[in-house]
Write a protein that binds this ligand. Structure first.
Ligand code: HEC
Ligand code: HEC
Ligand code: HEC
Ligand code: HEC
Ligand code: HEC
Length: 495
């Protein structure tokens, strides 16, 4: 011990002084807070709609009208049309170079709708074609871009032009509030059901816009609102699994949670249930991939049959919300909006940046609101996480491709049926897990350690599939008692 212990008198004097200082600080803070509050109220008046130019109602569907009251948010919103390059998607490509042109002509779509689009992921990585052979994703799958493009890019993908798709696709690619209202005569759930089951070409003809203000905001109060029936139901099922009955997101969620839930309307893994093609989020066991996998096993759901190996497989897509949920930011209450819609100072105002895009485009303005490290250090950290992710992802994907090829060869060579069937089951799981990691758009950033676990699970399933072809029994491929005990303990948070 190098520090001297203060005498009791000194301690009391110190405490008194501390008390005075704290009291002074509290008063000063209160005065500042009051002044700031008045100041913020005044500035807010100028742009926050307290003196609205137009009155917004639940049938004001066009964002341009909302934009008259909220010009700053509207400017950001329109800017989602701009392409924001990232390390993974560096430039747009001309549409003329795509095989799409021919399909566009045959199907009578207007090729002028877009002249450039994002680069193809399947051209860059042919292993994806092996993973999805026989399914629409094997013919067209590209990098994502800003919200303004969501409807056009869906209408122009070969997954829609060359395959029949249901209206359910529209849920996350258009402002569906007016579509559901029209189809259901004001009853959103009835409209949702009607939209899901109709052919995509008919449903999309009813849509006028990509996502609009009304898809996230209540027009009267401007509070965030959830308009998507699939999320309302998905969260109800998820909360029920945690013992909370009759959860209603619009009634029960906190303002903070809504800053994530508005995004979870679309950035989630989903499937279309039954002949009604009901858009469903598979969360009744939880949102961990193991819970989701279990759910799909219970309902015996698969999306397609791999054309190379004959295995029936589940396809994963963009589980950003679920992955974020497993990460350290979610644990600390950091929402999607904190990083993707960070508050900006515009003049004297604080505005949520409605140009939803890659936060690395403005590290200081987003991460910098909480992290004090330099931009270079933060960038380096993200790059390291993503490189390690890609390294593991590629091993898992190579292993899956090897398994698929081995199953095809084994079938060709007359290997026993039961071995093939077992290997195909391993393929399904390996494929879903690596696909989940591939389809999540943060390259591991949203939950780095969780993603590494998923990739090691996938790799393990692929190698087991290969061993199954060689005749090793399912029993011998089960994890050891020690692994099982450790996994159970980890699940309970005991390790
Ligand atoms: C639950 C919401 C949801 C549904 C339903 C949905 N999408 Fe998407 N879609 C998204 C999100 C989020 C993205 C952006 C993330 C990404 O690209 O992974 C996206 C991206 C896309 C893209 C651009 C990137 C690419 O894949 O080439 C296309 C095209 C697309 N979807 C087509 C479809 C089609 C076709 C359907 C119906 C089979 C569909 N979507 C259904 C949410 C959805
Ligand atoms: C994808 C969902 C989404 C869409 C679409 C959207 N917003 Fe927002 N908006 C948000 C979020 C999230 C916040 C932050 C809310 C909070 O912190 O409580 C926000 C905040 C706001 C605020 C409060 C002031 C501020 O800037 O923080 C206004 C006003 C606003 N939005 C207007 C609009 C307008 C106008 C449109 C359409 C042009 C629009 N929003 C479209 C999600 C959305
Ligand atoms: C109605 C469905 C929907 C909602 C709600 C939604 N997104 Fe998206 N988002 C999409 C689709 C679809 C795309 C891909 C569009 C394309 O590639 O054409 C996308 C693209 C993106 C991108 C890529 C942007 C770029 O510049 O590359 C980011 C980031 C993103 N969304 C984050 C969010 C966040 C954060 C929220 C909530 C504040 C949110 N999204 C709400 C459907 C949605
Ligand atoms: C702590 C900050 C943070 C939070 C919170 C966060 N993200 Fe991200 N997000 C990132 C970073 C960093 C990337 C990686 C960007 C890159 O690859 O350059 C990313 C990537 C993405 C992408 C791909 C964007 C692109 O342009 O390639 C989407 C889509 C996305 N996030 C959606 C979400 C959604 C939805 C949520 C909430 C459920 C969320 N994010 C929460 C930081 C965050
Ligand atoms: C609203 C506050 C906030 C914002 C914005 C934010 N972070 Fe964080 N970040 C946190 C907190 C809190 C932690 C957990 C710190 C801890 O446990 O000590 C964290 C942890 C991290 C970690 C450690 C991750 C891990 O798994 O251990 C990284 C890396 C990180 N943040 C990067 C970023 C990047 C990059 C951005 C911007 C895209 C960002 N953060 C934006 C609050 C934030």
């Amino acid at each position: 011990m190098t520090e001297a212990t203060p005498s009791p008198q000194k301690k009391r004097g110190f405490l008194l002084l501390l008390g005075v200082a704290v009291a002074a600080a509290v008063v000063t803070f209160a005065v500042i807070a009051l002044v700031t509050n008045i100041f913020e109220k005044k500035t807010a008046d100028r742009s926050s709609g307290t003196t609205p130019v137009v009155t917004l109602t639940d049938t004001t569907y066009d964002a341009a009208v909302w934009g008259q009251n909220y010009p700053l948010e509207y400017d950001g919103f329109l800017a989602t049309a701009q392409f924001t390059p990232s390390d993974h998607s560096t430039a747009l490509v001309p549409v003329a170079s795509e095989p799409r042109a021919a399909a566009v002509e045959t199907l009578g779509e207007d090729p002028e709708m877009r002249t450039e689009t994002t680069a193809s992921k399947i051209e860059a990585d042919p292993r994806l074609v092996t993973m999805w052979k026989g399914y629409a994703f094997a013919i067209d799958y590209r990098h994502l871009r800003g919200h303004e493009w969501m409807l056009t890019d869906q209408r122009m993908t070969l997954r829609v032009l060359a395959k029949d798709q249901p209206g359910a696709c529209l849920n996350c690619h258009a402002s569906t509030v007016p579509v559901m209202a029209e189809l259901g005569n004001g009853d959103m759930n009835a409209g949702f059901d009607a939209m899901n089951v109709m052919p995509y070409s008919e449903a999309t003809a009813l849509a006028e816009h990509p996502i609009q203000c009304i898809d996230c905001h209540n027009p009267t109060t401007m509070e965030l609102q959830i308009t998507r029936p699939a999320l309302i139901e998905g969260l109800k099922a998820l909360k029920a699994s945690e013992g909370i009955t009759d959860y209603d997101v619009n009634r029960d969620a906190t303002t903070e949670e809504m800053r994530t839930y508005v995004c979870a309307q679309c950035h989630v893994e989903y499937y279309f249930a039954g002949d009604a093609k009901t858009l469903t989020f598979p969360w009744s066991n939880g949102t961990d991939i193991n819970d989701v996998w279990e759910y799909y096993q219970e309902i015996e759901f698969t999306d397609f049959t791999n054309a190379i190996s004959g295995a029936a497989v589940v396809k994963a897509q963009h589980p950003e919300f679920e992955t974020w949920s497993a990460g350290v930011h979610a644990a600390n209450g950091v929402s999607c909006a904190d990083c993707h819609m960070a508050y900006q100072r515009v003049g004297s105002q604080k505005v949520a940046n409605h140009q939803v895009t890659n936060p690395m485009a403005d590290i200081n303005g987003t991460c910098g609101t909480c992290h004090t490290s330099s931009e270079a250090v933060i960038q380096e950290r993200v790059t390291t996480i993503q490189n390690r992710f890609v390294d593991s992802r590629d091993r898992a994907l190579d292993a899956l491709v090897a398994l698929i090829d081995d199953i095809a060869a084994a079938t060709e060579n007359g290997v026993a049926e039961d071995r093939i069937t077992l290997a195909q089951q391993y393929q399904n799981k390996a494929s879903f897990y690596v696909d989940y990691a591939y389809s999540e758009n943060s390259y591991g950033f949203h939950a780095p350690d969780y993603m590494q676990r998923i990739l090691s699970q996938s790799l393990d399933e692929s190698r087991k599939g290969q061993l199954a072809l060689l005749g090793v029994s399912a029993e011998d491929l089960e994890p050891s008692d020690v692994s099982k005990a450790n996994a159970a303990a980890a699940e309970e948070g005991l390790t």
